[in-house]
Design a protein around this ligand. Structure first.
Ligand SMILES: [Zn+2]
Length: 201
């Protein structure tokens, strides 16, 4: 016997998600059949809303439901320092640590000639704009420590070309080639504290 069509459709939906195989998709779909109505309502509303409501902050490109994200809007944050990261997920990871009180800028990737990602494909111009218009005194790169990460931080450092701005990157504790997804929060916190200055002249 096969599952009814509606159930099969749900299983197929789960299979489209990253890291979900046939068996897991089946288990998740069946678990929803047993879930109570309030859970199903929350699940379906969240699903319907996520793409529609979650936008990017117009300033730092992090996730936000408003024009500006809660970090850019927060008057208590240090507005003189920007932490440059690859994805909105990195912002959430760093916020979980809780020790960083400055602003962020999400590049949406790294410069990579191998995959055809050029500087103009990233949020670099908007970062340079912020450096010019806002009172920025320090930039910290928290990028994946591989050749693409290095290329990206050096490119931006050259473009900023301002000796009055301290430019640093996290260095210690993060293994070469480590994806930021897999670096635990303690390692990241230590790396942030022990950041090294990049020469900017
Ligand atoms: Zn923002």
């Amino acid at each position: 016997m096969k599952y009814p069509e509606t159930l099969n459709n749900l299983i197929d939906c789960f299979k489209h998600l990253p890291g979900i195989g046939e068996k897991t998709a089946e288990r998740l779909a069946l678990s929803l059949l047993d879930a109570d109505d309030s859970m199903i309502n929350l699940f379906s509303t969240s699903l319907a809303n996520v793409k529609q409501k979650v936008k990017r902050c117009s300033k730092c490109h992090s996730y936000s439901e408003k024009e500006l994200c809660e970090i850019c809007e927060n008057e208590d944050r240090n507005k003189n320092i920007i932490c440059v990261v690859e994805t909105p997920k990195d912002v959430v990871s760093l916020e979980k640590i809780g020790s960083y009180k400055g602003l962020y800028h999400v590049l949406d990737g790294l410069i990579s000639p191998m995959t055809g990602k050029n500087p103009e494909d990233l949020n670099i111009n908007s970062l340079l704009d912020r450096v010019k218009k806002e009172n920025i005194k320090e930039i910290i790169f928290v990028l994946t420590p591989n050749i693409e990460g290095e290329t990206t931080s050096l490119y931006i450092t050259k473009k900023i070309n301002n000796d009055n701005i301290i430019i640093s990157k996290i260095a210690h504790g993060v293994p070469l080639g480590a994806n930021m997804d897999y670096v635990d929060s303690l390692t990241l916190e230590m790396a942030l504290e022990n950041r090294t200055r990049i020469s900017n002249s």
